[in-house]
Design a protein. Structure first.
Length: 81
């Protein structure tokens, strides 16, 4: 979910309240409102501030890649590497 979709949902925090929680300006959040390439640190902060309403993996490719569990390949001994 983008920030824009979150802000339009019932019970969502206001842009002003969210900006205060995150320590950024309303203008900065407005710039990112529909973006899908957020800085990772800010994406994680907005995920926490919205209690998961905005998933950091949905708005930051870096976070999405970091959260992917790598496949394990068996070794000769039968144990995963």
């Amino acid at each position: 979910m983008t920030l824009d979709a979150y802000l339009r949902s019932a019970g969502a925090k206001s842009l002003t309240e969210l900006a205060g929680d995150l320590g950024v300006s309303k203008g900065r959040l407005s710039q990112l409102r529909e973006a899908l390439d957020w800085p990772p640190d800010l994406a994680l902060k907005v995920e926490a501030a919205t209690k998961g309403g905005v998933n950091a993996s949905d708005i930051s490719p870096v976070i999405a890649r970091a959260r992917v569990t790598p496949k394990r390949t068996p070794t000769r001994s039968g144990l995963a590497a």
